[in-house]
Design a protein around this ligand. Sequence first.
Ligand SMILES: Cc1cc2nc3c(=O)[nH]c(=O)nc-3n(C[C@H](O)[C@H](O)[C@H](O)COP(=O)(O)OP(=O)(O)OC[C@H]3O[C@@H](n4cnc5c(N)ncnc54)[C@H](O)[C@@H]3O)c2cc1C
Length: 503
Amino acid sequence: MWNPFLLVYQLIQWLIAKLLSPTPPPPHAKLSRPRVAIIGAGLTGVSSAAHCVGHGFDVVIFEAGPKEHLGGIWARVNNTSGLQIHSLMYRFHPQVQWKKGYPSRQEIVDAIKDVWSTYHLEEKTKFDVKVERVWQESDDRWFVNSEEYGKFDGVIAAVGTCGDPKMPHMRGQEEFEGEIYHSSQLDGKDAEGKKLVIIGGGASAVEALEYASAKNAEKTTILARSDKWIIPRNAIVDMLLAFNIFGQEIYLSWIPEFLLKRFFYRDLEDLAPKKGLFMDTPMVNSDVLDKIRDGSASWLRGDILSFDKTGIWFNQRAKGVPPGGPGKEIHVDVDMVIMATGFTRPSLKFLPEDCFEEPYNPPNWYLQTFPPAHRTICANNCTYVNAIGTVGNYHIGIYTRILLMFLVDPLTRPRPGLMKLWIDFTRFLKIRSPTPAFDFFTYTELMWWYYFCVAINPFRWKWALFVFFGIGDKLPLRVVEAEDKVREVIGIELDSIQKRKDQ
Ligand SMILES: Cc1cc2nc3c(=O)[nH]c(=O)nc-3n(C[C@H](O)[C@H](O)[C@H](O)COP(=O)(O)OP(=O)(O)OC[C@H]3O[C@@H](n4cnc5c(N)ncnc54)[C@H](O)[C@@H]3O)c2cc1C
């Protein structure tokens, strides 16, 4: 059906693609240094690589999985999965042009593949290569796994936050006569007319609930250990919530919390958590509450005690009673159990040891992604814990371009001491936050970090348009070349552009 909003949305995306997509290099073009190693071929790795080659810099993408895993986690989840937030906040590269507000899993994978092929990244991707070690020699260049891939000037770790499915083993599970699956492995499984239990109350539970509806399950019960905020699947509401620049609970947080309870939870206010909205990643979904209202789903808070042949014994707790606290013991009859228990976090242990020194261990890094010990490493999108915002958006390009700026312009590079100072300063600003400073942030806070990073160092000012929009890199490069010459004359030894090109 013809939709004027969709038409405007597509026009805007077309304009952004025309104005801000870096021009793809011709196939097999010889690109210049800096050369960047990118670890992971999910949406973040592919987008970062496209930005680098689009600006003329060479990359190699290392992906642990086979070619079918191009697209990362989206290539491995159920067909019924889809984006929870509006695609307006999921434009992971300027070239992406979504056809609708909430694309399906397949559309997301196709969009990632599209960026990958447009920027001729096939010839630069090594599949089935799990990165085990990244190290530096005396010239500050990086090696990845072995010397066979050559030297790299920078490293982007884009390993994501979803590794292998977590499958906890629970008491009595072997006695249970029904089926048990992980929430990411439901393709081909039949749930029609079955009684389903979803264990877990996070984003994976929402995914499992979507599967249950798509497959006409008779009834779905969600067993959640702790309460999480649910926010509507509405772009305006989600963006407004991400506007809290303080990135933490503040004295005004009661306003959105009150509005959500009054107009979104309504009769189901009991399900709203006691803890603040700006402390944990909320679930984005509008259907959960409707399904609970119409009786096709129910949401129980409590602890799993054990399985038996026909179902699960559960200690149902009242609101505010902490996990493990007293409650009412009930039996839930079930045919199929879905473990919405999430994924293990992919390891960053391939990075040098000194990246993990307390108190500057991830996520407590410069801008959350640059370890103070190594400003040429950018852990793009894989160090965050909780946030109100989005994973696949504008910031992927900003982080990549900040790294490129550090690589080509020596005067913009932060010194380890200043990186630590910024971390301590952010901790100080968030001293009253109920969560540690880097364990929760909002998208607007992230933007503030970038503005601060560019504004604080006058040598970075000339890069502002490049960092924020990916345009105007020619002029600052010429300035850097001129600065290189001045440094040569006065005898200051810094890694000059010419020297980088020669090596
Ligand atoms: C069902 C579902 C719904 C989601 N919905 C949303 C949403 O609405 N909004 C949102 O913002 N986010 C959502 N997400 C989160 C999602 O994870 C991110 O949006 C995004 O896809 C992450 O991309 P990534 O490239 O950073 O990581 P991934 O897609 O996980 O890719 C990382 C890649 O790195 C590879 N890798 C890992 N370790 C190594 C190594 N040592 N060597 C080489 N390769 C390695 C992995 O094999 C993988 O291919 C959702 C996730 C799921 C599963």
